[in-house]
Structure formats: C-alpha cells, structure tokens
Design a protein around this ligand. Structure first.
Ligand code: GTP
Ligand code: MG
Length: 561
C-alpha cells in the first residue's frame, strides 16, 4: 500500500508536469488520501502487519514448477497472494486468506532429521519445500518470474536516465527504479512477523515493527531493515480504577529504562542467534546511544537492526512519510539527492563521520520549506493542525503531528524538479553552516546552539543534533560537491539532452552527468570540450579554487556559484 500510495502520487505528479503546473495542492493531498482509502500511516502499517501474519516464507527446490507448487500449497488453504524471489536459492512468499490456513500447513510440516548434527526444534513460518522422490524431476515448463529485491547497477541506471526527455523525467525515473516494490515491503513485514514469533517466546503480546526507510516512503531497494520491539501494548496500559482492589504483575526491576532495554535486547539477541532460523552474524551492540541487535536475515537477504523502546524513531518515520506523501516532488528530490550523495561517497553504509541518509532527507525537507512559496509546511504547523487524539508525548518530547492530512493546506508552488535540484545545490553550496542550525520544526535557520560543523536539529528531540557525527572534512566535501553540481547544472550542455540519433550513444546529461564518478571528466563533458575555450575540468578546478580562496572556509555565506 505504501508503494501504491507513492505511485498514485507519482502519477499525479506526471499529469501535473504535463500541464507544467503543480497547482491545486490541497486537491492533490485529498485525492492521494482518497486513493489510499483515507487511511493513516498507522492504519497502512497495521494492514501490512496483518497480511504478514497470514504469510509464510518457503525455500523452494531449484527446479520447482509454479503450478505444482501452488497446487500443493493451496491444499492447505486459499492463497491470497504469492511471489517468488532469489536469494541463496529460490524463495516464495505465500499469503493465505486466514491464519487457520497456516495452522493446516504447519500440521503437515516435519522437523528435519539432519545427519551428524542436531536440529533446534523451533516451528517457525520459515519453511523448506523438498521433493520426496516421486515425480521429483519437474519439467519446469513454466519459467518462474522473480521479484527484484536489489537496485539496478549505477551504469544501467545512468543509461535509463540518459534516455529521458527532461531532468524532471530523470528524477521520476530514478524514483521508479529505486523505490521499494510492493513485494519487497511485504517481505520486510514478513521478516518482522517471523522475528516476532521468536521474541514472543518471552513476551507473547509483543510486536516487532519496521521503521526507517522501510516505511517512511524514501526506502531504496537493498536498504537495511530497521525494526523495534514494541512492548508498549504490554506495559503501562490496563490501569483499572474504581473497585478499591487491583491486581498487578510482579516484575523484575532494572536500574533505568536503558538497562531494561539492554537486558531485553541481550536475551532476544541470544535467542535469535541460537534459535532463529536464517539469522546469522548476530551482534549485540548494547552500549550504543540506541542499543541494538544487528544481524543478517539470510533468506530475505536483509541486513537487520533490532532496537527496543524506540517510539521516537517510529514517529520520525511517520513524519517523513507524511512529508513524502504531501507532494510527489519531495520523494523525487530525496531519491535523487540520496543517490547523488551515495555515488560520490558523501554517505556510506559504514557508520562514521559522514552525513546519514536521515540527515540528508531532513536537509531536503528544510530546503523545500525555505522556498519563496514553501513547498512543505513546518513541523510546528503540522503540530498545530493536530486533533486532541493526535497528541503524542514521548519521554517528555512533544511528537504530536496531524493525522488527518486533508487538513493541511499547501501553498501554491509550481517549481519544476529541475529548478529544485539546481537550487538545492545552490542553497547548500552557500549555506551559513558556521552560525546557523537547520530546523524543520520552525522551517527557519536558527542560531547554532553548539559548535559542531553541521547542526540539524532533531525534529522531535529538539535538544539533539542528528548530524553530530559529521566532521568538518565531510561537510566541506558535501559543500564542494553541491557547488560543483550547481555549476554543472547551469551549463546548457548538461541541462539539455543532446540531439543524437542513436539512443545507445546519448552522452550523460542532466542528473546522469551529476552521478558520474567524476563529473568533470565525464564523457558528456569531454565531448563538448571542443566547443569551449578551455576544458571543463580546468574550469571546475579554477572555479572551485576561486570559491575556496574567497570563502575562507565553509560557513561564510557566498554569492551563488
Ligand atoms: P537508510 O540509510 O536507507 O537505511 O535510511 P533510514 O532512514 O532507514 O536511516 P537509518 O537506517 O540510518 O535509521 C533508521 C531511522 O532511525 C531513521 O529513519 C530515523 O527515523 C532514525 N534515525 C537515524 N539516525 C538518526 C539520528 O541521528 N537521530 C534520530 N533522532 N533518529 C535517527
Ligand atoms: Mg535504515
């Protein structure tokens, strides 16, 4: 449903682009919500979770025949949905109509007897389909269609981008190719549900919920699976008053929330390691600011981070989702900037002093709030529109945002994606980082409360800086690349696709030119050198040098590149 929602927004954005206008924003929000059946972020997630609970994950033999597979599995109940994918072999996700069907299926499953080793007899919904001898060789007359769970390589991506007609189309194309598919999201919820069954051995009423890019509408194929163990439904509720007597559970006490979280995660981590089918490389990282258990879930191929007691992160995911759904241009710009940053090593999969995808996303949101006609509302505005039932205070932080998105009245902003991309680079190529903090709550630059190179106020825990880890070198690299990209996009040879005959030899242009490992030496720019008085690489070099000598370092507000 998340993907469908995004696609609906994309479709509208395309229709609007065709008319060269992004007007009537209020209408857009209303229609997007209607398309989603007027469901809130949490309603959408609950629907996914419920689907996952009716699903199983089956490892299949290599020569499996689809019809035979479906005939066999459907003996146990009606199959609502299914798909196949490859990851260390062939897997099928099968969604039944009811949970009862799974009981029937499991009644027919056996614990394998393994030679020379012993099996942990844990009966999960991760199964293996085996040939029993009879008719084992399938003639495989029908070829299976596999769902893709990884993004296409960057060189293929740039080829796709080059074939588009405009930069606006390039950004839409990038989102289409990179965003999580409906099936990938289903698999993510299924993995959460499978892990929940393990945690339920200790906490029968717990829920494992995905957060971060799985649900915030900015997820890219291949991104990690962030989850949190939600025990809120168990603790703190059910306080009865009135009769004069009440019963409560006797519980163990920990010295703080943190130590309780650490001990719960430690035990669940141990359990995943010892008994969790498919969970490998389990590491308990319990001393981190946010304690977590990290592991790989081999059957899905997901890198997993399991946290507990992390409701603020869930709220941040909702906030990003809301911003992503308000206007299709938000997701297109975020996907483009994230991809650009990854290609140039501004972000990395390894934790370190670099900018994270979360910080980058907040940078894009802030930029969109700072347009002359703001494209996005501030977080304070989203809070002010909230109904009393939306009120949400987590550990003393006001995390309230409006859930009825139709209340949000957007301003009329008709900027094209090309314009936004260009101006994003100019905005952050010239931002006063040394004195100013980025603040999406107020939608305005604020005085910096601390001296870290980059200060992005945490939207909900306002005393925290989400980019505290970023050092001066990494910030300088980001700024230099913004300036170079802004300059490149000003060049008419980069901005427009060259009128070539053969679709195979389109030189990189627009977004594709910005994604080349070294933009200055790109084939596209090389090809145009003859027309210039001096090579583009020289021009960029001297341009950057002049910026450097004028700026006195990052932090001084400069005129546009
Ligand atoms: P990917 O890089 O695609 O995984 O993006 P992501 O948004 O999932 O980021 P990541 O896996 O690093 O973090 C998961 C979620 O944790 C984010 O979406 C945020 O909600 C939250 N988060 C990450 N970093 C920070 C941070 O520095 N501060 C706060 N408050 N939350 C963070
Ligand atoms: Mg993530």
């Amino acid at each position: 449903r998340f993907v469908k929602l995004g696609q609906k927004a994309d479709l509208r954005s395309r229709q609007m682009l065709n008319r060269s206008t992004f007007a009537t924003k209020t209408q857009t929000v209303k229609k997007t919500l209607q398309a989603a059946g007027k469901e809130s972020f949490f309603a959408l997630q609950e629907e996914r979770r419920e689907q996952a609970e009716r699903s199983v994950l089956i490892s299949c033999p290599p020569n499996i025949n689809q019809k035979r597979f479906l005939d066999y599995i459907s003996k146990h109940g009606h199959i609502q949905n299914h798909f196949f994918y490859q990851s260390y072999g062939i897997y099928a996700v099968v969604e039944f109509s009811t949970k009862e069907n799974i009981k029937a299926l499991k009644a027919n499953c056996t614990i394998p007897s393994v030679q020379h080793e012993a099996a942990v007899p844990f009966k999960s919904r991760l199964l293996s389909l085996k040939w029993t001898g009879q008719g084992s060789q399938s003639n495989a007359s029908n070829t299976l269609k596999f769902q893709k769970h990884l993004p296409i390589p960057i060189n293929e991506l740039t080829q796709h981008l080059c074939r588009q007609e405009s930069i606006d189309q390039q950004l839409q194309c990038l989102t289409d190719l990179y965003q999580l598919t409906d099936e990938n999201i289903s698999l993510r919820f299924l993995v959460c549900s499978l892990l929940r069954d393990i945690a339920a051995a200790y906490f029968p009423e717990c829920i494992i919920r995905p957060f971060g890019s799985t649900v915030n509408s900015f997820g890219k194929l291949g991104c990690d699976l962030d989850m949190f163990l939600d025990l809120d439904g168990i603790s703190g509720l059910n306080q009865r008053k009135g009769s004069g007597l009440s019963l409560e559970y006797q519980v163990k006490q920990g010295t703080s929330e943190r130590t309780v979280t650490q001990s719960i995660l430690s035990v669940i981590g141990e359990c995943l390691d010892q008994f969790g089918p498919g969970c490998v490389g389990v590491q308990k990282i319990l001393n981190a600011r946010c304690p977590l258990v990290r592991f790989a879930h081999q059957p899905s191929g997901f890198q997993c981070d399991l946290t507990a007691n992390n409701r603020v992160a869930m709220k941040s995911s909702e906030l990003l989702f809301v911003y992503g759904i308000l206007d299709a241009r938000v997701r297109h710009l975020v996907f483009a900037i994230r991809c650009w940053a990854r290609v140039h090593g501004i972000t990395s999969s390894i934790p370190g002093a670099w900018i994270t995808n979360f910080s980058l996303t907040v940078l894009v949101l802030f930029f969109l709030q700072r347009r002359t006609q703001p494209l996005l509302p501030t977080l304070d505005q989203l809070r002010d529109l909230a109904a009393p039932s939306d009120q949400c205070i987590i550990e003393g932080n006001d995390c309230t945002i409006v859930s009825d998105l139709s209340k949000i009245k957007l301003q009329k902003n008709t900027d094209t994606l090309e314009m936004l991309l260009q101006e994003f680079f100019e905005f952050y190529g010239n931002f006063a980082y040394s004195s100013t903090s980025i603040n999406i709550r107020k939608g305005k630059e604020q005085n910096k409360p601390e001296s870290t190179p980059l200060h992005i106020q945490n939207p909900f825990e306002t005393g925290l800086n989400v980019s505290k880890n970023v050092n001066a070198t990494q910030l300088e690299r980001f700024v230099a690349l913004c300036r170079e990209s802004a300059w490149l996009l000003e060049q008419k040879e980069v901005r427009k696709r060259s009128p070539v005959q053969s679709a195979d030899v389109i030189p990189p242009w627009g977004l594709a030119a910005l994604l080349l490992p070294s933009v200055a030496q790109s084939a596209g720019v090389k090809g145009r050198r003859k027309k210039k008085h001096h090579p583009a690489s020289e021009r960029i070099k001297s341009l950057l040098e002049s910026i450097k000598s004028n700026s006195g370092g990052v932090g001084v507000k400069q005129s546009a590149v």
